[in-house]
Design a protein around this ligand. Structure first.
Ligand code: IMP
Length: 441
């Protein structure tokens, strides 16, 4: 009955996994629409912590369908390891992989490393999972898709043409060696095909059918708005559309099927990888937030860069995504820091601006203009849990004021507030899945 998109409103790692996991309870289908195993979504359910890379975060409700959309690029090996991990917990995923999703192959991973090295200062600090080269092949129409896994003869023929080209590229252009022969890749991927075949199908069709049956659909974005290939801080982002439009193209649904777009906003900024980050800070506060929030890449273990919340970037995220609601995360992590700062404008070449500049070079020259607000007191996790049970009125006044201020700047209402890592540590202000018809039946 509703189509809800969840996107990261910043530079990724906003806590989307937890929000998706929470909302998935009311969704009938959860669809991941972009990226691949460059993402790392941590979900804590009861005593158990799950780290997902490819798998939609809604998978912990095993009776519900999870879909990997056509907009994703998937490494079958890491996907199978996630399926195995779930099976060890006696969870059999009700998974559907779009036949149109692209497959990450070993040469994509080799190229990711080689290209980054050659790019020098233009390197984005990628996760080295082969994401960029796989999307490049998709656009250049050199890609292999999950549909090809189902047709071994087609896979073999396509790989034969592409493999030769990729080896030449890796060895002749980048001067690296690439050891995996065509036959080895064929054998490896044929094994993956046998294990994954039962999951591959018409994902777009299934999602549209579910919508026609008036079911609730949750579209799960990976990474964040400022990493979007079109709207992010190019070239220091990822290679997919991480923003709300990407949900439609990456899942195969029309924009009229979307009822809400929720932007997940961490109450400070973090960034893994390179590129300008105007509100970045170093020193005690950054170290404290990084350690308390365990701000180290789920995927690569890299220490994340830390900064104050950037309202200029958030306004941009509001517009690019058409945000209808905000989900704030990490209130508990920022507790104990006072005052807290909000960047409400930039100074660029002596001029005050309140919109995102058009280039990374300009963004690098921006200095933030801050507004200060009193911070809120630290509390042990058990106290935050009690606060979550009592509801919004029990949240420290300073934290409420801080969130309200951001919401006022953006003119977007708050729908969820997360004050801890567990499902229970959440306050839901607005139900994004009310049981009302989405469009005329
Ligand atoms: P890639 O997606 O591996 O090509 O990396 C491109 C850029 O996006 C790098 O700066 C990465 O650090 C960043 N990135 C990719 N995935 C994530 C994520 O899930 N969270 C945060 N940053 C990410």
């Amino acid at each position: 009955m509703a189509g809800v998109i969840i996107v990261g409103a910043q530079w990724g790692d906003e806590g989307k996994g937890k929000i998706v996991d929470l909302l998935a309870e009311k969704a009938d289908v959860t669809v991941r629409f972009n990226g691949g195993d460059n993402a790392g979504h941590t979900v804590i359910a009861g005593e158990k912590t799950f780290k997902f890379r490819n798998m939609p975060s809604g998978v912990l409700y095993p009776q519900k369908r999870v879909v990997i959309g056509n907009g994703c690029v998937i490494n079958p090996k890491t996907l199978l390891s996630e399926i195995d991990a779930l099976r060890r917990e006696k969870i059999e995923p009700n998974l559907l992989i779009s036949a149109h999703a692209h497959i990450i192959l070993p040469y994509h991973i080799a190229l990711d490393g080689a290209e980054e090295e050659r790019k020098g200062k233009l390197a984005a600090g990628t996760t080295k999972k082969g994401i960029g080269p796989c999307y490049s092949d998709k656009a250049a129409r050199f890609g292999l898709r999950f549909a090809d896994l189902l047709d071994k003869a087609a896979f073999k023929a396509k790989l034969h043409t592409i493999h030769e080209l990729k080896v030449a590229q890796i060895e002749k252009i980048y001067g690296k060696t690439f050891a995996q022969s065509e036959q080895e890749i064929l054998a490896e991927y044929s094994g993956y095909a046998d294990q994954l075949a039962k999951f591959i199908g018409d994902a777009g069709g299934a999602v549209n059918d579910a919508m026609a049956q008036r079911k609730n659909i949750l579209f799960e974005g990976a990474q964040g708005t400022l990493l979007d290939i079109d709207h992010g801080v190019y070239p220091y982002g990822t290679s997919s559309n991480t923003t709300a439009g990407g949900a439609c193209t990456g899942a195969g649904v029309g924009p009229n099927k979307i009822s809400e777009v929720v932007g997940v906003v961490k109450v400070y900024t973090s960034r893994v990888g390179t590129g300008p980050l105007p509100t970045e800070i170093s020193g005690d506060i950054a170290d404290k937030v990084r350690d308390k929030g365990n701000e180290y890449g789920t995927n690569t273990g890299r220490a994340r860069r830390i900064g104050w919340l950037d309202v200029v970037a958030l306004k941009y995220a509001r517009d690019v995504n058409g945000l209808t609601g905000l989900a704030f995360t990490r209130i508990d992590t920022l507790a104990g820091v006072s005052p807290v700062k909000l960047c409400v404008a930039y100074e660029l070449d002596g001029e005050k601006i309140t919109t995102m500049p058009q280039t990374a070079e300009e963004l690098a020259r921006c200095t933030p203009v801050y507004e200060e607000m009193p911070g809120w007191a630290e509390a042990p996790p058990a106290e935050w849990r009690k606060t979550a049970i009592r509801g919004m009125f029990a949240v420290p006044e300073e934290a409420k004021n801080y969130m309200r201020r951001i919401s006022e700047y953006l003119n977007v209402p708050i729908c969820i507030v997360s004050i801890g890592a567990g499902r229970e540590d959440t306050i839901v202000i607005k139900d994004v899945f009310p049981n009302k018809p989405l469009a005329p039946p």
